[in-house]
Ligand binder design. Structure first.
Ligand code: GLU
Ligand code: MG
Length: 436
């Protein structure tokens, strides 16, 4: 008996999980046209496998349409092959479904293009922790800590390459057993596809070596979190970079300035979508190099939005390398949904002609609430409940999404919160570590 090679048609959902169905690889042509059946209520399966209140019940049918441009096929040294293809979810008539995260991102990117005539170039920088063996102490950024997982790092880089990503770098991060993987930027939707592929292949590469990797937002609140940092720049229709202006504030072009201003203005209202777990808010606290205020930083790793340094010297390379980095995201969020929210917020800033505030160069946690307010800063929501309230409360923000989206999202997250109600913080961290 010869095993039948299967392709897994995958979607990334509200829970930030990758779910789907497999089909025999020799049916690919048919599946690209006709898809695979999918169920609306699946979008209400939380990251803890509970079904939240659902407007769909047992009713309705959808299609998953695999996208061959978003495929990963990797053969690991232990002899097994993984093959998956990110998919769109459509109605039976072929229209994008309101809760297809990929389609939500496509809409946001089209809006950016309609408004500003530009395309997003983006790279997700991911932190994760190896949890299978007790992490050796005192190995922040160390060579020894890196060598302990050289095999995993090299296996992961090979897996990413065979999935068509361009590995940039990998390092031993600060936290216990924490590593950070970076790939080259990609255009629009492809960047979010790559983020899903990277997360899935990191877990797979670890498993193939008898290890386990987690992208959970934070494992231990006495330590640092695992961030997802989203680097963004823009090109015009002729692929010319339009992010940088040497005379602009912090080197930002007028377009980047307005985009950044939109993100900062709407940040408290979108963080429920970019840092969507209960424990995400233990990570988004001062002095963890994550993000706690809606501030702009010039090369400052405590800012929610950072203007990154460039290493290039010549003007053309500087213009292409220059980018801004959104730091208030984690891997409990679907990369499609997180990026859709960020792009809409930035685009709104362009529509409204906003200007970014001056960058901060101080510890904002030392300011009183009045001083923060007087200077136009807010502490980001400190719990998922408050973040959900802030999302629901802003009709501009909910208006970026299909009409039923905000209520369904809230119901989903309410069930996730309820699952954790009787747990203390370490138990909550453990629960998320099991799922991400
Ligand atoms: N671990 C930090 C976070 O949670 C980021 C550290 C850094 O790479 O600057 O976002
Ligand atoms: Mg890092």
């Amino acid at each position: 008996m010869t095993p039948v090679p299967l392709i897994f048609a995958a979607v990334s959902d509200i829970a930030g999980k990758v779910r789907g169905k497999a089909f025999p690889a020799d049916q690919l042509d048919r599946r690209l046209l006709r898809g695979l059946g999918w169920t609306p209520t699946n979008v209400q399966i939380t990251c803890f496998d509970r079904i939240a209140e659902t407007p769909f019940g047992a009713l309705g049918d959808l299609l998953m349409i695999p996208d061959p441009e978003a495929a990963a096929k990797v053969s690991f040294a232990d002899g097994h092959t993984e093959h998956f293809m990110m998919s769109d979810i459509t109605t039976l008539d072929g229209a994008p479904w309101d809760f297809c995260m990929r389609s939500l991102l496509r809409t946001a990117l089209e809006r950016l293009h309609d408004v500003a005539g530009v395309h997003l170039i983006c790279a997700f920088e991911h932190e994760f922790q190896v949890k299978s063996r007790p992490a050796p102490a005192n190995q922040a950024y160390s060579r020894e800590g890196f060598e302990l997982q050289r095999n995993l790092c090299e296996t992961l880089m090979a897996a990413l390459k065979s999935a068509g990503l361009v590995p940039d770098s990998i390092m031993k991060e600060y936290g216990p057993g924490q590593y950070e993987a970076v790939v080259a930027p990609a255009k629009g939707l492809r960047a979010a596809d790559q983020a899903v592929i990277l997360r899935e292949l990191t877990r797979s590469a670890a498993r193939s070596l008898g290890e386990e990797a987690t992208f959970t937002p934070i494992r231990d609140i006495a330590s640092v979190g695992n961030g997802v940092h989203v680097h963004m720049s823009f090109v015009d229709d002729d692929d010319m970079p339009v992010t940088h202006d040497e005379n602009g504030p912090c080197g930002m072009s007028a377009l980047t300035d307005a985009f950044a201003a939109g993100i900062l203005k709407y940040l408290p209202h979108i963080v429920a979508l970019t840092a969507p777990s209960v424990i995400s808010y233990a990570r988004l606290t001062p002095h963890r190099w994550s993000a706690a205020y809606n501030n702009l930083g010039f090369r400052d790793r405590e800012a929610s939005l950072r203007v990154c340094p460039v290493t290039a010297r010549d003007p053309a390379s500087i213009a292409r390398q220059f980018n801004i980095e959104y730091r208030a995201a984690d891997a409990a969020a679907s990369p499609y949904l997180a990026l859709a929210a960020i792009v809409h917020a930035g685009t709104q800033g362009i529509v409204d002609g906003l200007r970014a505030p001056a960058p901060t160069e101080e510890d904002l946690s030392l300011l009183s609430a009045e001083d923060l307010h007087a200077r136009g800063f807010v502490r980001l929501p400190e719990t998922l409940e408050r973040a959900l309230d802030a999302f629901a409360a802003d009709p501009v923000v909910t208006g970026w999404f299909p009409a039923p989206f905000a209520a369904v999202y809230r119901a989903h997250k309410t069930a996730e919160i309820a699952h954790l109600a009787d747990m203390d913080t370490p138990a909550r961290c453990a629960a998320y570590e099991d799922t991400y």
